[in-house]
Design a protein around this ligand. Sequence first.
Ligand code: G6P
Length: 611
Amino acid sequence: MCGIVAYIGKKEAYPIIIKGLQRLEYRGYDSAGVAILNGDLDVYKKKGKVKELEDFLQDKELKGTMGMGHTRWATHGEPNDINAHPHFSSTNKHAIIHNGIIENYASLKTELESKGYEFKSETDSEVFITFIEYIQEANACPLEEAVRLALNEVVGAYAIVVISREFPNQMIAARKGSPLVIGVGDEEFFFASDATPIVEYTNRVVYMNDFEIASIKDGKLNIKNAEDVEKNPTIHEIEMALESIEKGGFDHFMLKEIFEQPKSIRDSLRGRLKLDTGTVALGGIREYFNKFVQADRIIILGCGTSWHAGLVAEYLFEEFARIPVEVEYASEFRYRNPVIKEGDVVIAISQSGETADTLAAMELAKQKGAIIFGVCNVVGSSIARLTHEGAYTHAGPEIGVASTKAFTTQITVLTLMAMMVAKAKGTVKQRTFQEILADLESIPGKITRVLENDGYIQKLAAQFKDSRNFLYLGRGYNFPVALEGALKLKEISYIHAEGYPAAEMKHGPIALIDEEMPVVFIATRDSSYEKILSNIQEVKARKGIVIAIVTEGDQEIKKIADHTIEVPHVHEALMPIVSVVPLQLLSYHIAVLRGTNVDQPRNLAKSVTVE
Ligand code: G6P
């Protein structure tokens, strides 16, 4: 949440910053602002999207080779021009951009007010920079030292960049809990919440660690920790093609990402699945693999769509590896004093690798001695770095706020993990193992076939765009798909939708069914087919409108459902990867027809770095 970007070098800073903000806008879009240092320190900020800021700045002189920008997801104070970042310190000497939350800001504010400081905004960030100013003046110390001392006093999470008209050749940044990447170019440096604003200029990055403070002065980068000890930055070379962060002819990132799924799944499988030898190998899981095989229990942690992928993994690990699994909302787990025993293994799932609750839950599990495996998309992210071992999904950057390709690649990787463990334990029959491997390899081609139904799904969307409620029902492996289908619809179209296990319908949701209520059944041919058929009959008996996702060639459901969308057959354990695709498209088209902002739905952010 909140995107930050900063530049110091020889080029004009503003064009780099505004473009960077556009790339980071998925992280929050309540307001945006920039600060440019050129003798003076100018700050411009506006409520609304980066585009509004850009239009507002069109006729302004924004010259300077050092500056920073922020796109906000509001925490403290409503989204308006005043609460937008950057924030000046009380005397307008220093300015800050901040992603995170300062939990003790109220007491700091009271203390500063008692010393005569005044505040313009309601934000914790303005308190933060004024506190830095206060420390700097009280100690008559360099700005960098003032930042370090201030950080030792604040409680909370932050990624910050600070610039100052009094220290014009220097840019200071620090992180704890919120992500921050340094781009190292040729006589130029960048700071950003992720690498997307940087890759156009350099592929050399340093991932900052918690409690580190970076200073760029006179063209040199120095990093130290909170105890003032210098650290040697490790430079990583990243691979991120520029096309992967652009829309490439699609109207929205979400649609592009839905259509990218055959490729992203192929990338997830590449080099990991060998059909001829019947082997699965995840290079990132070696040293602790035995812990996995010997696990008494698996605890899966995640939030949102990643939590749904975890539910699919529960079915996979229990059925094939015969290990009991608990899937936990990270936000609940972390505050529950959970029981973690020797022999427990944790899998943390996260697209961004930065979700604050997931990170905190992992830290807790780690403290209690659990071995943690990660399934992340963003390389070098905080969650990826906190795990003992893991596997990247290789989905490529996901920019649409509603997660699509991250979900299907997470399940792909989790399937590989489950199969690897099951094979080592000898709990899966060789025939089943081979069948699953073969079907996994066929999935990209099968998703391409589902995507060919896009035109039909778009027409269907037109019929349901004004519905006020939706119910999504599925059983077995398709139950998490029902949850994910409902989540996709509410996130981007703002239509109320609920996902349920189909059999639970009679314990409540059935009361909602009437001739106005669309009920989406994920009813592919699997071991619970007959049962879900009965559930469809129950809905039809109450005049509900049934939209069913069925296996190609299904005739029975076609006779009773109002609408059917066919998907190719795959082993039922893999069906979520296929059956979710029409639901992604249905939500997408309904949202487009309703005129909502598909890629940046209201109130949401892609990377939730606050709890
Ligand atoms: C936010 C996003 C969701 C995502 C969830 C977890 O709510 O909008 O799309 O599923 O966070 O994020 P993670 O990056 O940990 O998968």
